[in-house]
Design a protein around this ligand. Structure first.
Ligand code: DP6
Length: 316
């Protein structure tokens, strides 16, 4: 009745922002992401009749609120189950826009399935992960992943494996504190108040089609253009929410300009930004060292993480 699973976060190139069903946490839009490898969450779960309640530790610190994790276990195991002890470790900052929930919940659903021998199929587990955190469903596969909105569920498809197109990702950390507005709260606010929200949802399928074609043909410039455009559209929806949601700081903007300068010099790099102030620079391997050297010199960048693209979660 125990299992350990290591999973990596993913970074969306075509973003998810908004929900069409809050109860089942179904996204309002399809999305496309890349799964990382050097950064990860490792989750161990252990069920026992001796536990009086679920226990959750993150990086060795016991958490008071186990609700999201307990709901996820209930959803897979049913409510008549033993309590569990879940201990999760991350080798990167959590709750700072680095998609830690994506690695955490993808690792958790696979660990639960393994520990209690539920025999769930991948797509069912992806729906369970997505119910806990929308982006987590995409970390159930490696490489380039499309999350497709189906009628009452989602489906994940691998577009390319990581080895097919081994892009690199350089993450500039500009502030590793917990973000002020969670993704869920932000999405709720945007859907109710941003005048751009409906057109964001309506036009997403064009961006998905364009990015899918760019990925399948390994056309870096085409992928750069559509990814940056989609990222800026999502942030426009955030900025025009009332009250406005601004995840960027001045270093985020400096990094964007620096990446634009590198592009002008012919480097193969583009940026994307999620619900936090970190900049994620996606590049070809030959441009990586230039990207790292430029970003780490920017005032306000406290550290730089580097990663390749990785695999689906691994059972330990
Ligand atoms: C900006 O998956 O964290 O990173 O479903 O409410 O847990 P919940 O949201 P979450 O949102 C991720 C938002 C994003 C874009 C993306 O990853 O697609």
């Amino acid at each position: 009745m125990q299992a350990t699973v290591r999973a990596s976060p993913n970074i969306a190139l075509i973003k998810y922002w908004g929900k069409r069903d809050e109860k089942y946490n179904l996204p309002a839009v399809s999305s496309i992401s890349i799964t990382l490898d050097e950064i990860w969450t490792e989750t161990k779960i252990n069920f026992s009749p001796n536990y009086k309640r679920d226990i959750l530790t993150i990086n060795n610190v016991q958490q008071d609120d186990t609700r999201r994790v307990s709901d996820c276990i209930d959803s897979i195991c049913g409510e008549h189950r033993n309590f569990a002890c879940v201990s999760s470790k991350c080798n990167f900052p959590i709750s700072a826009g680095l998609a830690s929930s994506s690695s955490a919940f993808s690792a958790l659903v696979i660990a639960i399935n393994q520990a209690v021998n539920k025999g769930y199929e991948l797509q069912d587990l992806a729906n369970e992960a997505g119910k806990a955190s929308g982006s987590a469903a995409r970390s159930m596969l490696g490489g380039f992943v499309e999350l497709e909105n189906k009628k009452n569920k989602i489906q994940i498809n691998q577009l390319l494996q990581s080895e097919d197109w081994p892009l690199r990702v350089v993450i500039a950390i500009t502030d590793s504190r917990k973000k002020a507005v969670s993704s869920s709260e932000g999405m709720k606010l945007s859907s109710k108040t941003s005048p751009f929200y409906n057109s964001w949802v309506k036009n997403q399928s064009e961006d998905i089609d364009e990015a899918r074609k760019a990925i399948l043909s390994q056309d870096f410039l085409r992928l750069s253009e559509i990814s940056e455009h989609n990222c800026m559209k999502m942030h426009s929806v955030m900025w025009t929410s009332r009250p406005s949601i601004v995840y960027w700081n001045s270093a985020t903007i400096e990094c964007m300009h620096a990446i634009r300068e590198l592009q002008k010099k012919g480097e193969f790099v583009f940026f994307t930004i999620d619900a936090g102030p970190q900049i994620k620079a996606v590049c070809l391997p030959e441009s990586e060292s230039k990207v790292v050297n430029i970003l780490k010199e920017i005032r306000g960048v406290s550290s730089v993480l580097q990663s390749g693209l990785g695999q689906e979660p691994q059972i330990k």
